[in-house]
Each structure stands twice: as C-alpha cells, then as structure tokens.
Ligand binder design. Structure first.
Ligand code: MG
Length: 247
C-alpha cells in the first residue's frame, strides 16, 4: 500500500510531488524532558552532551589545561580568576541548550551583577547577566547579542533561579578571506523569543564595532569568567546544517 499519492502535481523545485511517498522519512528523535528549578530535564536522543553535571572532562582552560571551575550538585560554577572555559567539542550550525543561574545574593549592579557569557564558536557572545530589576545598557542586558542587539524583552527570572537559553546558531561562511554569509542567531530566553534570525556584524567586541575575519567552520563553546559566581547545568547541542535545511 502506498502511503502517499503518485498522481499529484510536482512541487516547486521539481523533485517531489504533493504527498510523495518516496520522499525521505524524517529521522526519529526521542524528545527530551523539560527542566524544573529543582532538576535539569533530559536532552533529546540525538543531542551531543557538553555538560551533564557529572564531570568537567569536556572542558579546558585557555591554555588547554583542565577547567578549574567548581563542580558539584549537578552544576559547574565560575571560580573567579580561573578564567573562561572552552568545550573540547567544536561545532558550527546548531541548536544549543544552556541553563545558567546567577547568585541569589545580590552583589553589584549593571554589568557587575551575575555577569558571565555564552560565546558560540568561542567568539560570539550571548550575554549572561542578572537583569532582574537591574538595568544596564540595553545591548549588554540578559540575552543580548553583546554590543549588537538587545533582546526584544527582558525575560529574567529572580536571582538564584535557573534560566534556560535555547539558541539556533548559523555560523558565518567564508570563501578564503571573503565573507560569503554572516552569522545568524535566534534565542529563546526561558521559552520567550528574544532574538530572531539576527544578522551578526561580527565576533563580539567591547566598546568597538564588530567586523568579520575568516575563521574555521567549527569552534568550541566558551563560558565566561567575569568574576561572578554564575553556575551552569544541562548544556547540549544538536548539529545542523542551515543551508542544507533550506533545501
Ligand atoms: Mg558577559
């Protein structure tokens, strides 16, 4: 028995007909579960795990040595002055899931409260900051694409509560020294859309305009030590190929 139809018109592109049963079936993925404040959820079955709460083995410091952050209770926490950490995994286009928590105890204001950062490919920062009743410059607020785009809304939870970033990353493409297509970023903060298909101007800069310089097609995830006791849990990604997905 055919699952579809053979006597239907060709779709634009000329490859498949409407309801074509010969079209490839989508691969099966077992979905994960939602996180709660008490416990992280389970990643989907095809996720690559970067941090599951049990080990820092997948991470290194800037010199390639062991990550010096504090592991415990299913989380890893910044140890100030030990520096940023980088995932050993390198990847390009992806769906990325990161959970983080700023300290419950209020300390500092503006950029000085619960500051960290999620740097995709080690270069492109989505700001991590406690902006619950803590204003700062808008392109440096929570879930900002730092120095380029404020989020559409401030979806912060209270200090001490877990936040979730769900990110869709499209890496820039280079042909030699030429930029062929820029990076694109979509971000959900605690389930709220805060950045949609933003066109990045280049890698993150502080107090300067960004601009592209060619780099590899894959890179590590980098988490920032900004001196505040920010914790992370449940970090994973699913590799994608945006231009293949466009069909
Ligand atoms: Mg930061």
């Amino acid at each position: 028995m055919s699952l579809g139809y053979e006597d239907t018109p060709l779709l634009p592109g000329g490859k498949w007909t409407v309801h074509d049963s010969r079209r490839p079936q989508p691969p099966v993925v077992v979905p994960g579960t939602e996180s709660s404040q008490a416990a992280p959820g389970k990643p989907p079955s095809d996720a690559v795990i970067l941090f599951d709460g049990t080990s820092l083995d997948g991470w290194k410091n800037k010199d390639g040595g062991p990550a010096q952050w504090k592991l415990g209770g299913g989380t890893m926490e910044v140890v100030p002055k030990t520096g940023d950490i980088w995932s050993k995994q390198q990847f390009g286009d992806c769906q990325l899931h990161v959970e983080w928590r700023a300290p419950a105890e209020l300390k500092g204001q503006s950029q000085g409260r619960g500051n960290s950062g999620v740097f995709i490919m080690g270069r492109y920062e989505i700001q991590v900051l406690d902006c619950h009743e803590n204003p700062t410059y808008p392109d440096g607020t929570t879930a900002a694409i730092y120095g380029q785009y404020p989020p559409y809304v401030n979806a912060c939870r209270k200090p001490g509560e877990w936040h979730v970033y769900d990110i869709v990353w499209v890496a820039p493409r280079f042909d030699g020294s030429r930029l062929v297509s820029p990076a694109f970023l979509t971000v959900f903060h605690n389930g709220v859309l805060v950045q949609y298909h933003r066109t990045l101007q280049g890698p993150t800069q502080h107090k300067r305009l960004a601009g592209y310089a060619p780099h590899e097609s894959a890179g590590p995830l980098r988490l920032q030590d900004h001196g505040d006791l920010v914790a992370y849990r449940n970090i994973w990604y699913r590799p994608l190929d945006y231009y293949e997905m466009l069909g």
